[in-house]
Design a protein around this ligand. Sequence first.
Ligand SMILES: Cc1cc2nc3c(=O)[nH]c(=O)nc-3n(C[C@H](O)[C@H](O)[C@H](O)COP(=O)(O)OP(=O)(O)OC[C@H]3O[C@@H](n4cnc5c(N)ncnc54)[C@H](O)[C@@H]3O)c2cc1C
Length: 391
Amino acid sequence: MATTLSTKTYDYIIAGAGCAGLSLLYRILLEPELCSKEILIIDREKKSNDDITWCFWEKSPDIFEPTVYHQWDILDFKSQFFNNELDISPYTYKMIRGLDFYNFVYQFATACPNVHFMQSKICSMQVTGDQVEVATSDGTYKAAYAFNSTRLFQPGTQADQHSLYMHFKGLTIRTEAPVFNHGKGTLMDFNVNQHDGMAFMYMLPTSPNEALLEYTVINGAVLNPGAYDEALQTYINEALHLSQVKIVREESGIIPMTKKKFPVHHKQRIIHIGTAGGCVKASSGYAFQFIQRQTAKIVMNLKQNRKPIVKCSFRDKKFNLYDNAFLEVLISGKMRGDELMSRIFKYNSGGTVLAFLDNESSFTDEFNMMTTLPANIFLPVTLKEFFRKAS
Ligand SMILES: Cc1cc2nc3c(=O)[nH]c(=O)nc-3n(C[C@H](O)[C@H](O)[C@H](O)COP(=O)(O)OP(=O)(O)OC[C@H]3O[C@@H](n4cnc5c(N)ncnc54)[C@H](O)[C@@H]3O)c2cc1C
């Protein structure tokens, strides 16, 4: 292992060039007060594969709008309990392809001589005085702050009494004939086997001939690889009635859904961002918008010469409680996931549910939503979670 200690001290080291690291970098570079800071961005991988798709919803376009590949105003919800076309206004559901996002930020950043990219494995990070030292397989680098999206400081998120996994396999499928309505997506179709846990199909047509189809399961153990393929093939044949499709892309992932607390920072100099900074919403597995909000707040603090630490607000705590209660109901098996989601979407508008899932709902909406859920299940669980967190 190399032991070079670079003599240069950077303003910021961004440890991990994934969604959070590149979102932060781009936001910094957009700010006149910050764009000339010396920045080192380190990742063990070169991001040259289209290995991920991010979907999210928003009311108005944000800075990554140029990378949006497709968007939908209407989403379907399907289950044995309830079927409906969801009007998600005032939101639009959007898809960004990973490679478009990486290339967009790289292209912008490579024009900045003060931004340095490095491909290396980060082995450790430590705070020494008012500096952070980041040790990599190619040497040690110093900065005033490190923004960390590696898993180095993350709590264990194996499935247990506090955590579940959301795991999935996605295929981008192409057909000869124009068979898809690309004006409408399917947010959740629970008409799949529920024996392995809460399971649904997610389908986002991006043209009349192309769609992303994802088989998602939420439970305590990932499946054997063949089980995802079998579920996808069955859905293609029996639900979509397609006999011949071309698979043009695959993605898979395991997202921890956990009640565990993630550290916000380490000694105020190593700031955790993205999944490592607790941005994955425990009850839904979505993180993209939470990453955008977190990195925007960090940049705001940096601009104002404040420590780049994002404090947990009362609002965040309230939504953590809702998330933990929801997750506890699933972990304890007190209610089936498909039945729970069906009730939520049946008695609340699509837009209200999306606002709730994005921590943007009003207290009245939240109260109304709670009244649509079985009180004998949710009330004791919410109280238990409230006191578990407080203790
Ligand atoms: C396949 C998939 C699909 C998803 N889809 C959605 C979605 O549609 N909507 C949504 O809101 N959320 C989604 N998520 C959840 C979440 O948005 C993503 O996981 C997101 O990429 C998290 O961003 P991040 O920067 O924290 O982690 P990452 O994007 O994984 O970035 C971390 C980076 O750190 C690097 N790294 C890690 N360890 C080291 C090390 N020791 N040394 C050097 N580099 C290191 C990695 O190579 C990686 O590039 C998805 C997750 C997955 C896995």
